[in-house]
Design a protein around this ligand. Structure first.
Ligand code: NAI
Length: 482
């Protein structure tokens, strides 16, 4: 028996979770289910994280959370419990499986093209850090984190999974042609990890090209790993290929804690009407069972679901004029009827679940770097409604040219000074790049702060970014047109 924490969720959550737990039980899953308090009503009862401390404790001690969809109350600045749970418990890999299901008609099933794609989406970083600011009344800025340890973690998980599946190929989706530093780092880590798995072909594709190829030739892909935001979009595209979000399971995998959930929301429009389709949550339950090594029960569920759909039995959302339309409960009963005799869970099945010991402190994930790291300048984000040449002149007059060089001024990432185009439309916020002009070309943090203090009366300062050089190589992007 494996203890798991279960949160039924809001809206249709309780209906589909009850149906799914019953199917799992009849399929021979050996689970000790402990209900935890998470979701809308717990926000309303004053728990700002949407869960009680006892529930948090239970999830952390069992290491597995199986959850229904949850609603985040609007307004009041509440953060989504779904995103918070994934991030605070370091479930760094979001794994979603997209497989053609018999009985679910799609353009590809009609054309006889089978689809079996697994997407691994980095789950913690990228723009999902939620670090956003208004720099001026007109300008919003979002910071995008891609880290070396975070990228290595998700790539290693992906290749390990590929090896277990005997997969032939892993593809990295990215936008490194434009975001050379962030996506470039994600891609660099991909090929670094790929070296450890020589039996698996590793290739990469630019994400827009990937979107097109997935629609035209989806059967050419096997496993795809992507940064968070691109992974989010591409996953939903893949869900569309196999019939919609209702058929795509999702697992958020971490080294200590993993979360299994349906990808759709709480469907308030059909709540309490016995209309909800439990398939996505059921397939997520099957992923959970495989994760803890109860493979026979998982297979039993998947086969019974396929038989049910092949027999034309489905919930109303399938939008088909043929077959038998049934409610959630009847759909679950039909699946249970089609389960093979529930074999007791075989203890000799391989357990993939890592040993679960509570850490005593936060894990610091730092990669070794033995080279040189130096400050070579600063990017100042300033507010000004003056035209570029005026901003440039004010700064040229103010800086000590023995120490500093005004290298470029850009507006929305496009260089407007010292050269630029009169046709570049500007907003009231500039990025000013000043590099050290001394012989060695480096400076201290304090020298940067002194420069900032000197320039501060001239403009409203929005943000400061240090310019770094690692092993003598500039570690920042050029402005467009620089
Ligand atoms: P939604 O997924 O709840 O609904 C979109 C449409 O799909 C609706 O017409 C709904 O009836 C239908 N639908 C969804 N799941 C279905 C199912 N299992 N069977 C049949 N039909 C289904 O998305 P929406 O309306 O944008 O969000 C509603 C609420 O759900 C919001 O409060 C949102 O924050 C929350 N949500 C929670 C998620 C989670 O817990 N992981 C994910 C997405 C949304």
């Amino acid at each position: 028996m494996k203890k798991i924490a279960v949160a039924k969720g809001d809206g249709i959550g309780p209906e589909i979770m009850d149906a799914v737990l019953e199917i799992m039980h009849h399929a021979g899953a050996q689970l000790e289910v402990q209900m935890v308090n998470m979701g809308k009503q717990w926000y309303e009862k004053g728990f700002s994280s949407g869960m009680t401390p006892e529930s948090k404790e239970m999830v952390e001690s069992y290491g597995i959370l199986f959850k229904g969809p949850m609603e985040t109350p609007k307004g009041g600045g509440m953060k989504s419990i779904n995103v918070t749970a994934r991030k605070v418990w370091s479930t760094y890999a979001n794994k979603r499986i997209f497989k053609s299901l018999p009985g679910v008609k799609t353009i590809f099933s009609e054309a006889g093209i089978p689809i079996d794609i697994t997407i691994v989406r980095e789950n913690i970083e990228d723009t999902y850090g939620g670090i956003e600011h208004m720099l001026t009344h007109d300008v919003a800025l979002c910071r995008r984190f891609i880290t070396r340890p975070g990228s290595m973690q998700v790539h290693r998980y992906t290749f390990e999974m590929a090896r277990k599946k005997n997969a032939k190929k892993v593809t990295c989706g990215h936008k490194a042609n434009i975001m050379k530093i962030t996506d470039g780092l994600f891609l660099e880590c991909f090929y670094e990890v790929a070296k450890e798995y020589p039996e698996i072909k590793a290739d990469d594709v630019i994400v827009d090209d990937l979107a097109m190829k997935l629609v035209v030739k989806p059967n050419e892909f096997d496993i795809i790993v992507l940064p968070n935001l691109q992974g989010d979009i591409i996953s939903d595209l893949c869900a569309g290929l196999v019939g919609g979000l209702g058929f795509a399971p999702s697992a958020n995998i971490g080294d200590q804690i993993s979360i299994f959930e349906a990808v759709h929301g709480t469907a308030p429009d059909i709540t309490g009407q016995n209309k909800a389709n439990p398939t996505s949550l059921l397939l997520s339950g099957a992923m959970l069972l495989r994760h803890i090594g109860q493979n026979a029960a998982a297979e039993n569920i998947e086969n019974a679901l396929i038989k049910t759909l092949q027999d034309g039995i489905h919930t109303p959302d399938l939008n088909k004029n043929e077959g038998l339309v049934v409610g959630t409960k009847e759909f679950a009963a039909a699946i249970i009827q089609r389960l093979s005799d529930s074999k007791p869970y075989a203890n000799n099945e391989t357990h993939s679940i890592p040993s679960h010991a509570k850490p005593t402190e936060n894990l610091m994930m730092e990669t070794k770097f033995n080279g040189t790291a130096e400050i070579v300048g600063v990017d100042l984000f300033i507010e000004s409604n003056k035209i570029p040449v005026q901003v440039g002149q004010i700064l040229e007059d103010a800086i000590d040219h023995q120490l500093w060089k005004l290298v470029t001024i850009s507006n929305r990432g496009t260089q407007v000074y010292p050269t630029g185009s009169i046709y570049t439309e500007c907003i009231n916020q500039y990025r000013v790049r000043i590099e050290c002009a001394t012989k060695h070309g480096t400076c201290s943090q304090n020298e940067i702060l002194e420069l900032v203090t000197k320039l501060s009366p001239l403009f409203k300062l929005c943000s400061i970014e240090m310019l770094m050089s690692y092993n003598g190589k500039k570690a920042y992007s050029l402005a467009q047109g620089q």
